[in-house]
Design a protein around this ligand. Structure first.
Ligand code: GCU
Length: 676
């Protein structure tokens, strides 16, 4: 018997509903991205889109049994169809493929009430009224209430917030349209690749749904091989950045909720069976054994594949299995990648039908007690935190130039390490870090108070982590995956984070896992003692810790009487510390918001940090002032977090030089383990 959830109706009424309800069900069938079937004793639960349809039968008559089977039969094609409107597995190293970029000016419609997708009953729109149909009136009397071609344009890539004053605070949906022609050769497949779109994106081509992606900071691909036309294709996205409690991040962050297609969009043409992904890295803890795998995608899964590093005269021939996968390991005598010598090799992965080349560095990273070992030697991570904001213009960073400038400032500070907060940054920055010799801490936006008990929130976080690892696992610069920032301790939180830590270790055993933890403080006599005793640290390789002594907690000078202990024999990276200063505002060292206050705070911090025996890295908050909706103080903050060492116009504050001095001393002292 068919009813909608919670509706308690009599048997007769139920029969009636079955038939008249078929109409909506049948229509809905054609657009169902998600279907779940659950049988419990005498009830059958079918989840369609976000609707629960419950078939329940009591003393089921032969007629009812027939009806139930019919319903099931009707759902089967859905299951088959489900594969179509799916986000495709991520293709590794897009830029080394045959590509066409779709960047530039896209037609857009700002749609705060989602009228392009939902009708006045908040039901999904069918037919030409849906904006993804890009319908034009066919007659003078036809009612069409949207038109991409006269609705304005936005740059892609680019957040919408800094492109139009009216969109600075905008949270909601924006529709994007891009038309293109594409003469796809036969025996080739075609994908459209998105570097990122914040926060959710529904993708359509020529009026058909391609897929739905959740997560604003990781790439996704959609296959359009069977859908692309030689001419007149229209690619449409609905991008929505509305915050939600069950999302990752959740509703509360200290960064601007930039919406839009924030990274490049690319058409990627590959052979029918192509090299989908590969990993070519040194085995964990080894400086001379390469271990990796190759994954093919396509019908011809079993092929001969070679992995070659020509400069090192290395070549390995493999055979992929029935799933298109081959694993390998071999000895290699290579120049190891390090900040002092960021050596990258040309690596070629060639199958019988495809060939991809990449620039890869080889280094080992591991921990031993409280030491972090790079290529087997203790290293101190001289770092700085970075948000993904453009260095010399407003809005999200995405380009090589943005990366070169941001990492250039980090280099000027004397950094060999950066923490990319609080979400995966663009691939251009990871590859620039490879080239410039800067080690990287990558992070997923499990930030502050996530819904720890919500299974779909966990799946979402796992998916974002997996997408980050899939995109970046060949980058030598990337040494640490962080699974969380400043999350309140609870059993549910610990379970959630343990799952992510496990996922990271199993997806990529070659890298370290960390998180920015909470700590506990006691007062002992005239001194403060901070105890790193967060239970989750037990599962981490490296402990991260954020502290704001001198800004949110007491005065800068109190760092002089603060000691640190740790329950764990593990290395600590002080992943955040610092205070706000408005560039050009001067005063006494105790006057908030002045450069002198920030300078003084850094001096006391550095003296304290030097006294922490298990400290193996620092990344102060933060390289550059950045936009935040939480920072409203007029004339000082004006919606900017001012903890940058560089202002939002690229001007260096006094504290910049304090940190630069500290890192210079460290480098000169070549202090193997920790600063003294
Ligand atoms: C927090 C948080 C940052 C935030 C910073 C601040 O620790 O991790 O995202 O911007 O503190 O308050 O400035």
């Amino acid at each position: 018997m068919l009813t909608r959830p919670g509706a308690s109706v009599g048997c007769k009424a139920r029969i009636h509903r079955v038939f008249c309800a078929w109409r909506p069900l049948r229509i809905e069938l054609s657009r169902l991205p998600r279907l779940k079937i659950l049988q419990r004793s005498h009830e059958l639960h079918v989840r369609l889109n976000s609707r629960n349809l419950v078939f329940c039968w009591t003393n089921e008559s032969p007629m009812m049994k027939l009806l139930r089977c019919l319903t099931l039969a009707m759902c089967m094609p859905l299951l088959a169809d489900q594969g179509q409107a799916q986000i495709a597995p991520l293709i590794q190293n897009i830029n080394a493929r045959q590509t066409t970029d779709l960047d530039g000016r896209w037609q857009t419609i700002v749609d705060p009430y989602d009228v392009g997708a939902l009708d006045y009953r908040a039901q999904q729109i069918k037919g030409n009224g849906a904006f993804f149909m890009n319908h034009k009136p066919q007659s003078e009397s036809e009612l069409v209430e949207y038109d991409f071609d006269t609705s304005g344009q936005l740059n892609v890539p680019g957040d919408w917030n800094t492109q139009r004053d009216s969109l600075l605070f905008y949270e909601g949906s924006v529709w994007y349209k891009r038309s293109f022609d594409y003469a796809k050769p036969s025996k080739k497949r075609l994908f459209v690749h998105f570097g990122a779109a914040n926060y959710q994106a529904w993708v359509y081509l020529n009026g058909e749904e391609l897929g739905h992606h959740v997560g604003g900071f990781t790439p996704f691909d959609c296959e359009i091989t069977d859908r692309v036309k030689p001419q007149g294709n229209f690619l449409i996205l609905r991008v929505n950045n509305t915050r939600g409690l069950d999302q990752v991040p959740t509703v509360n962050t200290d960064w601007w909720n930039y919406g839009g297609i924030t990274r490049p969009v690319t058409l990627v043409e590959v052979p029918e069976t192509f090299v989908q992904d590969y990993s070519v890295q040194l085995e964990r803890g080894s400086t001379h054994k390469i271990k990796g795998w190759v994954q093919l995608n396509g019908a011809q899964r079993q092929q001969k594949v070679t992995v070659r590093i020509p400069e090192a005269r290395l070549s390995q021939t493999l055979q992929t299995d029935a799933k298109g996968r081959a694993e390998f390991s071999f000895d290699a005598d290579l120049t190891l990648w390090s900040p002092e010598n960021p050596k990258l090799y040309d690596v070629e992965i060639a199958s019988e039908t495809d060939r991809v080349t990449d620039r890869i560095g080889f280094r080992s990273i591991e921990v031993r007690g409280t030491d972090i070992l790079l290529n087997g030697k203790p290293v101190f991570l001289r770092g700085i935190d970075i948000h993904e904001e453009a260095p010399t213009r407003a809005g999200r960073a995405w380009s090589e130039d943005d990366a070169r400038t941001l990492l250039g400032w980090a280099k000027e500070l004397g950094c060999n390490f950066v923490r990319l907060a609080h979400y995966p940054h663009n691939e251009a920055l990871l590859r620039m870090a490879d080239q410039m010799g800067i080690m990287v801490w990558g992070e997923v936006p499990v930030y502050w108070t996530i819904q720890w008990e919500n299974p779909s929130t966990l799946r979402n976080a796992e998916n974002q982590l997996n997408e980050m690892i899939t995109r970046d696992h060949n980058r030598a610069a990337l040494i640490i995956y962080s699974v969380a920032n400043e999350t309140p301790i609870s059993d549910a939180r610990n379970r959630f984070l343990r799952q992510l830590i496990q996922d990271a270790h199993s997806a990529d055993p070659t890298r370290l896992v960390s998180a920015a933890l909470q700590n506990e403080e006691t007062v002992e006599g005239s001194r403060f003692v901070i105890h790193i005793n967060d239970p989750i640290a037990n599962d981490l390789d490296v402990m991260g810790n954020n502290e704001y002594i001198g800004w949110y907690v007491r005065r800068p000078e109190d760092a002089d009487v603060t000691d640190w202990t740790s329950k764990y024999n593990k290395p600590l990276v002080m992943s955040e510390f610092g205070g706000d200063a408005l560039f050009g505002l001067h005063g006494t060292a105790s006057t908030r918001w002045t450069e002198e206050y920030q300078e003084n705070l850094y001096q006391h911090q550095i003296a304290m940090l030097k006294r922490i025996s298990f400290l193996r890295g620092t990344s102060p908050w933060i390289l550059k002032d950045f936009r935040s909706p939480r920072r409203t103080l007029p004339g000082i903050q004006d919606y900017f977090n001012r903890k940058g060492l560089v202002s939002d116009r690229g001007e260096k504050k006094k504290a910049f030089f304090v940190l630069q001095g500290f890192y210079r001393d460290l480098r000169n002292a070549e202090v193997p383990a920790s600063p003294r």
